[in-house]
Design a binder for this molecule. Structure first.
Ligand SMILES: [Zn+2]
Length: 1007
């Protein structure tokens, strides 16, 4: 009965409250403030993790209350109902993943009421991305994607009133500069968060620096963002949690013995007056909410109503406090209008330490295979998006499949997903979702390739376990197989392709029937020994492919004699002849050296040299490890090894060393075998029972590849193990190293130092020097530079001059006490998890540009995607469809996004990926691309694609350094004239320039 009563009230309210009014949204809908009082902006919010202790759906439906009582659908239900009761009430909705799901289930009447709330600025979106993304382990491409997705949903559902004005990153465990830059490029006015190093925060409290201007890019100008730190986490003031989850006293204002109005108001104002001391303006923001609160929103709003009423009543008696419902954006608007000046910030907020023994740096590496799988998801997403545009895929199923993958990738960016800080069962669910998403994306890619290539019936199978050399498509035979390669990059790229095969002889030809040099190489025995791996193929066929956007290569089994006869094509041109010496295909690898051989004559043969025309590696025969690298005209002693942190109190979030326990390097002699091919040289190394590696150098490739295999990591009751790889050089780096910010700009790090404060490193000297490495870590001296690039996010540091360290894998025995409630102890196939991945080394002279590192980053992040079909599907008569040619763009222009946007629109995002030191302004014309894509009109938008750039106007704040306060409120608008053009206009209208690191986003209309 009670339940029925609630529903009835709800619909009555809907009936009376949906009339259109002359309402306004945005800053015009902000509550009135009082200039002479302390204005307290009460911000009702609920922090709804898109998966953590429970799965996304369990949280949404309120399932599995035994794990955690949380049901997002009820939160939105009751919040909407409570907002409708009083136009003064406000609520911010953050995670669009949940809100979109809820919206699908609503009646038209409810939807109309919600639209009214949005249009009147009562239900306000903050952040607004699909999830509240992590900032350490995410790549900028995926962050931009998930904001584009969330903001697009909001725009299509509600229009401009729903567009968020501020970032609300309250829970991520540290904050990246790139995230701030992305907010600025989307036209946001500011961002707020809650977690910061405890010492940094204390300093900021003392120095009135809780709010600042973040200079979010060294290359971009005007890329500043107002950034505010919340006073006390993101929770309500102590004692004022008016929520069914809390036991705090309600406000009792009737004639009752328990009437507590006076004490409740006194205590609240005493808290507030304390907060106000630490902020510069006469406005303060008080968040009212916490994890999964507002499930019965009446409790929250009823008590807040009373609090507001009784606090403001005191103004009649001279109280200087003014309390009202507000939003973070309205708070920021008041601060902006206050015309003050602010301190600035130039680096980032990593690592985050909640106390001197708790640096949250373990999650940079936690769940290494999930972090890699997320990269596969992005790789497929970009592939499927671009192919959908080229093939103009339009069916409902294709659209849904692509949307689903976009959404899952949005979920994966969540600060308990890619971070690896969720429970094991939730991690399994993320894997399930992402796998489904990738399958849908692959299905779109197949549909597109059937249109775009000469294989109208091609299978275009993807193999998701190529990292352990497994592929169902080639396991029985790789004879008459077509490998179709898709290159997501703008420019033609040459990369080596590896296909799992049996130990047989193969011939590879390209689309024109030209023979391509190839060879068959053995797979490391440690991979073959994996119990769960099917051992039908023990070799890989390697060949070098050159691909503009799409290219097919044909694999045919041959016997050795035959192969020699067809080596030289009849009409051999000079270019082919140059390859003649490489064309002894198929060439079997020679096992040229092994440790056992070496030991017998170690005196005269103390090292083994492995080299291509570009790179020379020297292996020390006594240790079995790498000892010297020569490339790019530079030679350096580089010793690469693996090492182990034996820990106990580490958890999914925190990497916490035992006191006085040093990093243990592996000291046993490494057994190694060298395989010397014409295209690739490999050194297979066995470091311990559960650590092995393949070092590879390819002919014509200027980087060294280290493919590591780690696990199952042994642990015992009181010893966890965290595995790192260490590259030791003699480069005098003087404590300085460089790490990327979300895979884009680099940030200078100085060992034991921070920009604004002295970190407390007494207890955790190493963990406190760990930084997130999403794509690259580097160091240099006046002569040389080494950079390591990785294939997934990891933690890394430089603890000694010349030394770089990356954490690869961790298996733990304790929970670290931050909520997840489980030890990170991943099991797969009933054994502790084994992980495999790659690290790449580039050694160069400091004189040389780091452009090569940028190019490598792009190739590693978005390599060719391989699709497999059988040769019988080739239709020689079917012509491959010509595709847009992006090679006309300058080399430093990255095709960041090309995707279907709406029914007749395509989104195109371009990036100059060189920074202000590496590159210059590049100018080019995009008319030909518009024509190739069948475009009629083009318009430029903010970074997310949803707002015309011409409408962007975002708050500008004055730096303290300016010396005086601004006289009027100032704003940034676009620095260049936004491009808007129709195909009937002259070519000159389509010219584009990109400054270093600049990204420009366009919507192309097709008809
Ligand atoms: Zn959270």
């Amino acid at each position: 009965m009670k339940y029925f009563g609630c529903i009835l009230t709800f619909f009555l309210l809907l009936a009376i409250d949906t009339k259109p009014t002359g309402a306004v949204c945005g800053y015009e809908s902000c509550p009135e403030t009082k200039p002479n009082l302390v204005n307290i902006h009460l911000v009702p919010h609920s922090h709804d993790d898109v998966g953590w202790l429970k799965t996304v759906d369990q949280y949404y439906y309120g399932h599995k209350s035994n794990i955690q009582h949380a049901g997002v659908q009820y939160i939105i239900d009751t919040v909407v109902s409570e907002l409708l009761k009083d136009p003064k009430r406000r609520f911010i909705q953050v995670e669009t993943a949940f809100f979109a799901k809820w919206w699908q289930e609503q009646s038209e009447a409810v939807r109309q009421s919600v639209k009214k709330l949005v249009n009147e600025g009562r239900l306000v979106f903050a952040g607004g991305a699909w999830s509240m993304n992590d900032e350490a382990a995410v790549n900028y491409q995926s962050v931009i994607d998930q904001f584009s997705l969330g903001l697009k949903w909001l725009d299509e559902t509600f229009g401009a009133c729903a567009r968020p004005r501020i970032g609300w990153q309250i829970d991520p465990f540290g904050h990246s500069r790139e995230q701030a830059s992305i907010f600025a490029q989307m036209g946001y006015d500011g961002e707020f968060f809650a977690r910061m190093d405890h010492r940094d925060k204390n300093n900021r409290l003392d120095n009135l620096a809780m709010e600042m201007i973040w200079d979010a890019s060294e290359s971009l100008t005007n890329d500043e963002l107002f950034t505010g730190l919340l006073y006390r986490h993101y929770s309500a003031p102590p004692g004022y949690c008016f929520d069914v989850h809390c036991g705090d006293d309600p406000i009792i204002d009737a004639k009752s013995y328990d009437n507590n109005v006076k004490s409740r108001v006194d205590d609240f104002l005493s808290y507030v007056s304390n907060v106000a001391k630490y902020y510069r303006s006469n406005h303060i923001m008080i968040p009212m909410g916490d994890d999964f609160q507002y499930e019965d929103a009446q409790v929250n709003f009823k008590n807040m109503d009373k609090l507001i009423k009784y606090v403001n009543e005191r103004q009649a008696d001279g109280s200087t406090y003014n309390l009202f419902y507000s939003t973070p954006a309205c708070y920021l608007n008041s601060v902006h209008e206050g015309l003050q000046t602010w301190p600035n910030k130039t680096d980032d907020f990593f690592p985050y330490a909640s106390d001197s023994n708790s640096f949250w740096t373990g999650y940079y590496t936690s769940r290494p295979t999930q972090k890699r799988f997320e990269r596969d998801g992005n790789h497929m997403l970009q592939t499927a998006k671009q192919l959908s545009v080229f093939a103009d895929l339009k069916s409902q199923q294709q659209k849904e499949d692509l949307d689903y993958l976009r959404q899952i990738m949005g979920v994966m960016q969540h600060h308990d997903a890619i971070t690896g800080t969720e429970k094991q069962a939730v991690s399994n669910d993320y894997d399930r979702l992402l796998y489904d998403g990738i399958i849908g994306g692959a299905s779109n890619a197949r549909d597109a390739l059937r249109v775009l290539t000469n294989l109208p019936e091609g299978e275009f199978e993807s193999c998701l376990q190529l990292n352990i050399s497994e592929c169902a498509f080639t396991q029985d035979s790789a004879d008459n197989v077509v490998v179709t390669l898709f290159n997501p990059l703008a420019h033609t790229s040459s990369q080596y392709v590896r296909v799992p095969v049996k130990e047989e002889n193969y011939q590879v030809t390209d689309e024109k029937g030209r023979l391509v040099a190839s060879e068959v190489v053995p797979v490391a025995w440690q991979v073959l020994a994996l119990e769960y791996r099917q051992n039908t193929t023990q070799h890989e066929l390697v060949f070098k492919a050159s691909v503009n956007k799409i290219a097919s290569y044909y694999i045919k089994k041959v016997d050795k004699v035959e192969s020699k006869e067809i080596v030289l094509p009849k009409a051999a041109k000079k270019s082919v002849k140059q390859n003649e010496k490489n064309l002894e295909v198929p060439q079997r690898f020679k096992k040229v050296h092994s440790m056992q051989n070496v030991e017998t004559h170690a005196d005269d043969d103390s090292e083994t040299v492995v080299q291509t025309s570009e790179i020379k590696l020297v292996i020390d025969n006594n240790t079995g490890r790498l000892k010297n690298v020569e490339m790019n005209g530079v030679s350096e002693a580089i010793d690469q090894n693996f090492a182990i942190y034996e820990t106990y109190e580490s958890g999914a979030y925190v990497f916490r060393q035992k006191e006085d326990v040093d990093l243990k390097f592996l000291e046993d002699k490494v057994e190694f075998t060298v395989y010397d091919g014409a295209l690739v040289k490999e050194v297979h190394q066995q470091f311990s029972e559960w650590i092995s590696q393949v070092i590879r150098i390819y002919e014509g490739v200027n980087r060294v590849e280290f493919e590591w295999l780690v696990g199952p990591i042994p642990t015992d009751e009181d010893t966890a193990r965290e595995i790192v790889t260490v590259f030791d050089s003699e480069i005098s780096s003087n404590g300085v190293f460089y790490t990327d910010s979300n895979g884009r700009e680099m940030i200078k790090r100085v060992k034991d130092k921070r920009e604004d404060f002295n970190p407390d490193l007494g207890r955790q000297p190493i963990s406190g020097n760990y930084y997130p490495i999403v794509s690259r870590i580097a160091l240099e001296d006046i002569n040389k530079r080494i950079a390591l690039l990785n294939d997934r996010a990891q933690g890394g540091t430089s603890m000694q001059n010349g030394q770089l360290e990356l954490m690869l894998h961790r298996r733990l025995v304790q929970d670290d006490g931050y909520g997840v409630g489980e030890a990170l102890n991943e099991q797969k196939y009933e054994k502790p998890l084994i992980a495999r991945g790659k690290v790449y080394l580039i050694l160069n002279s400091v004189e040389e540009s780091t452009k090569v590192e940028r190019l490598a980053e792009k190739e590693i992040h978005l390599p060719f995607w391989k699709f497999f079909s059988s040769h019988s599907q080739v239709n020689r008569n079917a012509a491959a469809k010509p595709l847009a040619d992006f090679n006309v763009w300058p080399q430093s222009v990255h095709l960041l996004t090309l995707e279907p946007f709406s029914e007749h629109e395509v989104l195109l995002r371009l990036e100059n990926f060189l920074d202000h030191i590496e590159g210059n302004v590049v100018s080019f014309n995009i008319r030909s691309i518009l024509d190739d894509l069948g475009g009629v009109e083009i318009r430029e938008t903010t970074l997310d694609g949803n707002m015309p750039l011409s409408e962007m106007k975002r708050m500008k704040f004055q730096h303290d350094a300016a010396g005086s306060r601004p006289k009027t409120a100032e704003f940034f608008t676009s620095q260049h004239k936004p491009l808007v053009a129709h195909k009937s206009q002259a070519d000159s209208k389509f010219s584009v320039s990109l400054k270093p690191m600049q990204i420009r986003t366009f919507i192309i209309r097709n008809e």
